[in-house]
Design a protein around this ligand. Structure first.
Ligand SMILES: [Fe+2]
Length: 376
């Protein structure tokens, strides 16, 4: 709050700025990002594609406790620092299938976390990140409803990490080094996974077809303005607006996932402004009423979460705690989001497989009758 210089420049009765006009805040106007925009690239094949589907190496040590039907699994009896490459591949596959994995009492150091995450690809550098290899996450004790009057980025909202990038992150890992005894939880919601249907399958078929044809405008513009003012740090790169498919195909599970979040999506490229605003309103409701696709995690020092940004969204629950909260996050770049028109949602896949099974068992029983006739 103390850093919100805009408050001095906006009259309380002048209405809310949709975007912050540079003249309101000289910090925004005067900032020259030191780095250019990032170039698109094709990352190496996802490590999860190399995993044993049964994950025998991982489950030879780890005990699995699913926290909800939809997403979120606690892995017990395992130290991330001890996993070999085969187990790390299986870990990635389990993350892709369950959205987010949790661990307690980990002995992982920052160095080890960075090294572990390099197994999954090229490490991301957050626009506000000083260290090339990790970013420090502190949580939020701001009244995010109140600061929304003065600054455009909804910082407490649902998001997939830096989803505005041309190559948005695939996997993220957050390890907590300092944490208050209560407050500062993080929540995840499933946009699609193999365990239970997520936010994409929760749409009607007609809505699915409509959204399949749209591109969501993921922007860093709001965050750019806000972090300059609220966090007092200069973003490394200029703001970017990227049109990503509103529904994307997960490269490992092959499933369609909703690719809309309220933290970074400003609208839909194919729609008029009013249509776009109303649809975004609907998705805000869809995300915030997703209790059946939701898990909330209470952190302790030494807790770790690893999630897949392509099939889940998350948000920190704002609070008023006084003790420090400090986590180390590592993230790797994923593929440029794509929609394979042949891909299915999780429920569509189940229905197809069920029909296939039914027709196979019908054929079998016919064949069976034939054999019985002969035998008789
Ligand atoms: Fe995040």
């Amino acid at each position: 709050m103390a850093h919100l210089e805009s408050r001095k420049h906006i009259s309380p009765d002048s209405g809310f700025p949709v975007t912050l006009h540079p003249a309101f805040n000289p910090k925004i106007k005067n900032h020259v990002p030191p780095e250019p925009l990032r170039e698109p690239f094709v990352p190496d094949k996802d490590r999860a594609s190399f995993a044993d589907p049964e994950k025998k190496a991982l489950f030879s040590v780890a005990r699995r406790v699913d926290l909800t039907e939809s997403l979120g699994t606690l892995l017990e009896n395992v130290q991330l620092s001890q996993l070999n490459e085969q187990q790390l591949d299986e870990l990635a596959l389990l993350v892709a299938e369950r959205g987010v994995l949790f661990f307690r009492n980990q002995d992982l150091t920052t160095e080890q976390q960075v090294k572990l995450f390099e197994h999954y690809g090229v490490l991301d550098k957050h626009p506000a990140q000083k260290d090339q290899r990790h970013v420090i996450i502190r949580g939020s004790t701001e009244n995010h409803r109140e600061i929304g009057k003065y600054t455009p980025w909804p910082s407490g909202e649902w998001h997939a990490d830096t989803s505005f990038e041309i190559n948005p992150p695939s996997y993220s890992m957050l390890r907590m080094e300092e944490h208050p005894p209560v407050g500062g939880d993080t929540a995840w919601a499933s946009t699609s996974n193999v365990s239970q249907y997520g936010l994409y399958d929760a749409l009607s078929d007609a809505m699915k077809r409509f959204v399949d044809g749209l591109h969501a405008v993921h922007t860093s513009r709001y965050q750019y303005d806000t972090i300059l003012d609220l966090w007092g740090v200069g973003p490394n790169r200029p703001p970017i607006d990227t049109h990503h498919p509103a529904v994307r195909t997960h490269p490992v599970t092959g499933l369609k996932a909703l690719n809309v979040n309220t933290g970074f999506v400003a609208g839909f490229a194919e729609l008029n402004k009013t249509e776009s605003d109303k649809l975004l309103d609907f998705f805000a409701y869809h995300l915030h009423s997703a209790d059946d696709h939701y898990v909330r995690w209470k952190w302790e020092v030494g807790s770790v979460a690893m999630w897949d940004n392509r099939c889940s969204v998350h948000r920190v629950i704002p609070g008023q705690y006084k003790q420090p909260r400090r986590g180390i996050r590592t993230t790797v770049f994923g593929e440029k989001p794509f929609l394979d028109p042949q891909s299915e949602s999780r429920n569509q896949r189940l229905e197809r497989e069920q029909k296939q099974q039914e027709s196979e068992s019908a054929t079998d029983s016919k064949a069976g009758t034939g054999v019985a006739d002969v035998a008789a």
